[in-house]
Every structure is written in C-alpha cells, then in structure tokens.
Design a protein around this ligand. Sequence first.
Ligand SMILES: Nc1nc2c(ncn2[C@@H]2O[C@H](COP(=O)(O)OP(=O)(O)OP(=O)(O)O)[C@@H](O)[C@H]2O)c(=O)[nH]1
Length: 380
Amino acid sequence: MSSKSTAPASQPATGSAAARPPAAASSTSTTAPSPASTDAAAAAPTTPAKKLPTCVLLVGMAGSGKTSVMQRMNAHLLTTKQRPYIVNLDPAVTHVPYAPNIDIRDTVKYAEVMKQYQLGPNGAILTSLNLFTTKFDQVLDLLEKRQDSVDYILIDTPGQIEVFTWSASGSIITDSLAATYPTVVAFVVDTPRSASPATFMSNMLYACSILYRTRLPFVVLFNKSDVTDPAFAIEWMRDFEAFQSALHASDHSDHEPPYMHSLVQSMSLVLDEFYSILDPVSFSAVTGLGAPALFEAFGRARDEYFKEYKPELERLIQEREKRQKDQRQRQMEKLMRDIKLEEAQGTGTEKGQVGAGADAGAGSAGQEQSKGKGKAKPRK
Ligand SMILES: Nc1nc2c(ncn2[C@@H]2O[C@H](COP(=O)(O)OP(=O)(O)OP(=O)(O)O)[C@@H](O)[C@H]2O)c(=O)[nH]1
C-alpha cells in the first residue's frame, strides 16, 4: 500500500505555470543558455492526447543506488514497451549509465560554480540546483511538449539528499511537477547498510521527514536485495514486536550508549503508525528483481495522487483564490466607504460644483485648493 498523502506540502501553484520560477534573465558564465533536451522521446511517434505520465522522484542517501535504480527502471520500461523520459538533477555526477533527456550538467557547470563562488562540494551542488531552478519553467515546457508520448518521467536527484529535499529549489521543482503530473517519491534504501535497527531507524526517520515535507505518495524501495534480503526490514515495519526484539538483541551486541536504547525505542513507537502508510518494495538494481512489483507500487501511488493529493491541491487553490477574492471585495468596500465619507464631509460648494459639471467642478476645485495653499482664507 502506498502512503496516504494528506495535503500538498506548500502553497499550491495554480497550474504548472504558476508554480514555475521566473526564467533567468541571463545566464551566468557558469551556466549554459538553457536546459538542453536530447529528446530521445521526440523520435517516438506521438500518440493522441492520453493520460498524463507518472513522475517518479528518486531520492535516497549517497550510495544507496539511485543511479543504478534509474538505469534498471529505464531498462524495464523499454523492455515492457513503455516510454521513459529521464531528467538528471545531479550536477556533480561524473557518469550516468543511461541517456538523460534533460541533464542539469548541460546547463550548469558544477566545477565552475565551485570555483566561481568559492564553494565546497555541497554548497556547489545547492548553488547549481538553484541556478537550474531559475530555468525550470523551460524544463516544464519541454515536459509539456513530450507528455503525450511518454509514460514515465524519471527524475534522478543529487546524492546529498538534504540538498534536494530541504532546499527551496528542491521544493519548487517538486511542487511544480506535482502541480501538473501525478508525482511519486521513491525513497531508495541501501538494504545491507540498514541491517542494524539504529541505521534502519535513521533511514526511516529520513523517509518520514521527506513525506512530511512533500506529502506526496511514497514508495520505499529496498535496494540491493541481491546482497541482503529486505524481508527483515519489511517485517520490522509490519511487526513492532519483531523490531523491539531486534533492538534488544543489538543493544547487547553493539555497545551503544544507554540513551540510544530509549531514544530508538521511543522513536520506533512514533514510526509505527508511519510504517502503516508506506509501500515497501524489495528491489535489486543489479539483477532487476522486483521491477514489476515496483511499477505496480507506482501505479497504486499514482491512484493515490489522484484520490488524495490532487483534490487537496485543488481545494487549497480554491481556498487561496477565495481568500484573494474576499480581500479584493473588502478593499473595494473600504474604498466605497471612504468615497461616501468624503462625499458626506464635502462642502456645499463642492456639491454645487459637481452639480454644475463633475469634470469642470473637480478641475476648479483642484485649482482652488492649490491656489489656496498656505493662505488661510477666512470663511464667511
Ligand atoms: N549489489 C548491488 N550493488 C548495487 C545495487 N545498486 C547499486 N549498487 C552499487 O552501489 C554503488 C552505488 O550505486 P549508485 O547507483 O552510484 O548510487 P547513488 O545513490 O546514485 O550514488 P550517489 O550518486 O553517490 O548518491 C555502486 O557501486 C553500485 O554498483 C544493487 O542493487 N545491488
């Protein structure tokens, strides 16, 4: 079962265009003119207007296997006669084993960003992502042109997970995509590295924070199942007692400080409810095991997007529009009140002038006021 998303995370965008950041007026020396598209999909014959492609945002800790998973998903889609459209958002990756349709590296030169802004690796990734986000409207335009001829939009994100999930540019990208396309977050977990209850819990806390941030349908992809069977992790998610026993056992073996035990225990209680809304999938990017199950999970997540996220997004948009309308109405009423007040306070002369001809009266009243400035005329 995929996650029950509650509400779109941030202020809704009224359609993709509204969600788009303004296009950059000019490119810096570190950037190329615009996101380039190699458009392998462009070569595919365009089918008549059809359902929107599912957008999969691949996130996960560094080394969890995102790029390898992307390659495997791409291969699975091609062998099952479905059409992927791949976007690479990792500016620092040196090699990708697939042909991205849109690649951040064609637009932003990571090494030059590092040099020009004198940044470290993480700062340069964030700045590169920020620079690219200023042109994300062009990416949306490209997607819009291709949306009838692709089935999946696959987005690879930087290994420095927080750079994407907790940055403003990451939110803008996620919200703009989710405003238009059924969007799913696929959280890649390195299963062999999550075998200890404490590491597993850290991963799940991360997953929880991403779900909290995006509120999008969520699939947990336990990768590297060829090395370690993720059955233990799935059992921990489904059976609180099993996790507690594993925790107790590791407590004796791991020499962790005493506070860790109570901390992990309290957090596991909190996470228990969170697990019930996750859709875990066992997967191997190397063997391809679990690919059909993964795409079935994406299908469930897609349904959930339309059932829960999209109506909530539309409700928020309507709410915002109503707020704006009400505000305009209040301003108009205030203006009308002020006008009436001015009229009520107006002198008889002014009324007489309006009666004599509004335009001329207003003009002469104005002239008179300006003529009379500074001269206190005694009233008769
Ligand atoms: N055995 C096995 N190894 C895998 C699997 N998936 C990825 N790997 C290996 O894990 C390492 C990291 O894989 P990547 O695909 O580069 O991981 P990533 O998350 O994109 O890495 P960053 O870009 O640094 O975040 C590589 O050595 C892969 O060959 C898998 O399913 N099984």
